[in-house]
Write a new protein. Structure first.
Length: 116
């Protein structure tokens, strides 16, 4: 069996943002897919100004790559800064506020729909 290593570079992904404009993201998508395997996917996420995201079907980790923001999860506020990791269960309301101009986080999704 051969092994495959998947890699991604934050700088290259951030250079692709904002992505396409959609009804959900009229200013352009603030994320770019970095890699995926099985149920796992990794994106770089860099919202600018506001974050109108909706709940996700899978569990999610945010690993803050740069800057700072406040992650609001089901009404509770959690400061998020470079070097921190935050977990959000599947289908939980969440978004970032007080987003610094350089904020970027890796978003890792995995597992079955509805979470583990």
């Amino acid at each position: 069996m051969s092994e495959r290593v998947l890699t991604a570079r934050a700088a290259a992904l951030l250079a692709r943002l904002p992505g396409p404009r959609t009804p959900a993201w009229p200013k352009g998508e603030p994320f770019a897919l970095a890699l995926a395997h099985g149920s796992m996917s990794v994106e770089i996420f860099a919202p600018r100004g506001s974050d109108p995201q909706t709940p996700h079907a899978q569990d999610e980790l945010y690993l803050v790559h740069a800057g700072h923001a406040v992650l609001v999860v089901d009404g509770a506020r959690h400061p998020a800064a470079h070097g921190e990791v935050l977990f959000v269960p599947a289908r939980m309301e969440h978004h970032f506020e007080e987003i610094s101009e350089d904020f970027a986080a890796w978003a890792v999704f995995w597992g079955p729909e509805g979470g583990e």
